[in-house]
Design a protein around this ligand. Structure first.
Ligand code: GSH
Length: 229
């Protein structure tokens, strides 16, 4: 019997490399699993602050482990991840507040559907986590937006919108939504199953997620299954 359609909310920030992995996997599965995937661009700095957590990269042993682990997950998920030359500067000094306000503005402008949010997020991830490019300056955000298929005039409007109070408030409220689920890090996926929210932290919980929503996990490339579970 076909399972009923589940709503799946994906909270992420492009500062998070593990979120990129999970994002690409969910994009591959969104038409394979019987789900309505909803992107929830949020701010990881706000989640860390609000939950009393601290970025794992701030703990030297975790940073060392993650450097190796990210190399492995990049190969496993088939996502071209190459850490920026100065990870601390990119993640913590420059940060992604402007970038996530920009994505929030794209979401606001798009209203129906998530196609542009998906493409813009991917272009921003590529910049910070693949080609070591800036994601803080208006010119950088414009370049990502153009690659994602937006026009120069649309981007001008989105950039202005991204600096507005309603967009700042929207990013805060989506971040708060994640915190209301007791989120402490990204990626954070909320699957609505039979009126209950099933919460998943990380890009390494897909097998369990599939089990909870009554779907099959066949590896990171559902078009080329590696497992017959
Ligand atoms: N095991 C998870 C995975 O494989 O995806 C790790 C995910 C992870 O480390 N996420 C970072 C985070 O928010 C952001 S890139 N961590 C919070 C924490 O570890 O408490």
């Amino acid at each position: 019997m076909a399972s009923s359609r589940k709503m799946v909310e994906f909270f992420y920030d492009i500062v998070s490399p593990y979120s990129w992995m999970a994002f690409e996997v969910l994009c591959r599965y969104k038409n394979v699993w019987n789900i309505d995937l909803k992107f929830k661009p949020a701010y990881l700095g706000g989640v860390m602050h609000g939950s009393g957590n601290r970025p794992p990269g701030m703990v030297p042993n975790k940073f060392h482990y993650m450097t190796k682990d990210l190399e492995r997950v990049s190969g496993y998920f088939g996502v071209p991840l190459y850490p920026p030359s100065d990870v601390f500067e990119a993640m913590f000094e420059k940060g992604t507040l402007n970038a996530m306000r920009f994505v929030t503005a794209v979401a606001e402008k798009e209203k129906e559907g998530d196609v542009l949010v998906e493409r813009v997020s991917r272009e921003l991830w590529k910049r910070i986590w693949s080609t070591d490019q800036d994601v803080t300056q208006p010119a950088s955000l414009t370049e990502a937006g153009l690659k994602a298929g937006l026009s120069a005039s649309e981007l001008e409007e989105i950039l202005t919108l991204s600096k507005s109070q309603p967009i700042k408030d929207k990013l805060k409220s989506v971040t708060q939504e994640a915190l209301d689920y007791q989120c402490f890090g990204f990626p954070f996926t909320v699957c609505h199953v039979n009126g209950k929210a099933e919460l998943f932290f990380g890009s390494d919980r897909f097998e369990l997620m599939a089990h909870c929503i009554g779907e099959k996990w066949v590896g990171p490339h559902p078009d080329k299954p590696t497992s017959k579970m």
